[in-house]
Design a protein around this ligand. Structure first.
Ligand SMILES: Nc1ncnc2c1ncn2[C@@H]1O[C@H](COP(=O)(O)OP(=O)(O)OP(=O)(O)O)[C@@H](O)[C@H]1O
Length: 294
């Protein structure tokens, strides 16, 4: 049985009477990649900062690696890795020295050169951080987050500025860390990143959990209706159905060859997410009505 790394019940945080976090319950097992999603101001950073021990809560109970973060000490902190949203202020020494310097703060660090290799920065080991590109700089932030070989890694928008190849390499790196048992809390606005990485996603809006589940099943996605699109005599048609195969088979009988512009759409994680946060964003949910098959 895997251990529970994060246990949160009834978490509340208020700023001057405004409830930024309004009763959140979360439980994250060891080795899980857990993603927090939500619109700006949803309460993600506040929640994560409380888990990291950088913010005090106004209510509820929190255990991270078995400890209340408000009472945590240095040894607890060394078990946690953090990749902040903003750039960390770094000394003007080569990249390799920066990573070695950070490794020195941890009781059982990873080998700095191996970490540079993992994040794809070996060729920049002798460069100064200020000479790195935006994406390379972000990779250095990730290197500093994992050099302590943390049991729990917090990633806040980790791939901002990454090119597509670097992003995919980074995802593989995170998957490998999780396979080795590192628990990962990922805050991101990139839904494809949550979809590619997360075992479970939690959608926060207005300080509350709107939905929690695997990316594939969130918000009833797995059982949601499919929409079959096609074109008939130059007019676009669509129908929502639980049985797209049957609909297409019936349609196909009416055409001598290909069904023009045939497309089957199932709700993406983004569709489900936008639906879930619709009220919070002040936008209505989309209610395109299906047309009947002619
Ligand atoms: N130090 C603070 N003082 C007062 N209000 C704050 C403070 N920090 C956050 N808030 C408010 O709390 C709410 C939640 O903010 P939080 O930063 O947790 O949201 P978020 O989901 O991380 O947003 P984003 O995606 O923009 O980073 C917002 O309404 C914000 O204005």
């Amino acid at each position: 049985m895997s251990e529970t790394v994060i246990e949160v019940t009834g978490l509340v945080k208020e700023y001057g009477g405004h409830r930024a976090v309004a009763g959140v319950d979360l439980s994250v097992p060891e080795g899980e990649i857990f993603s927090l999603l939500g619109p700006n101001g949803a309460g993600k950073s506040t929640t994560v900062e409380i888990l990291e021990g950088f913010r005090r809560r106004d209510g509820g109970a929190v255990r991270v690696l078995g400890v209340d973060p408000e009472k945590a000490d240095r040894s607890w902190r060394s078990r946690i890795g953090i990749v902040w949203q903003g750039e960390t202020l770094l000394p003007k020494v080569p990249v390799r020295e920066v990573v070695r310097h950070f490794a020195g703060h941890h009781p059982r660090p990873r080998d700095p050169d191996a970490v540079l290799e993992l994040v794809g920065l070996t060729e920049k080991a002798r460069a100064l951080p200020e000479s790195l590109s935006g994406g390379q700089r972000r990779r250095l932030d990730v290197a500093l987050g994992i050099v302590g070989d943390p049991e729990l890694l917090f990633l806040d928008e980790p791939t901002t500025g990454f090119d597509p190849k670097a992003r995919r390499d980074f995802w593989e790196l995170i998957r490998n860390l999780a396979r080795e048992g590192t628990t990962v809390v990922l805050t991101t606005h990139y839904l494809e990143e949550a979809e590619a990485l997360a075992d479970r996603v939690c959608v926060l809006a207005e300080g509350r959990v709107r939905a929690l589940g695997s990316p594939a099943t969130l918000g009833g996605r797995a059982t949601a209706q499919a929409t079959v699109h096609w074109s008939q005599d130059g007019v676009r048609r669509e129908i929502r159905t639980d049985e797209p195969t049957r609909v297409i088979t019936e349609l196909a009988a009416g055409y001598p060859g290909e069904i023009p512009e045939l497309r089957v759409h199932r709700p993406t994680l983004e569709d489900v997410y936008l639906e879930l946060i619709g009220d919070a964003e002040g936008i209505g949910t989309r209610t395109a009505q299906p047309e009947a098959v002619a």
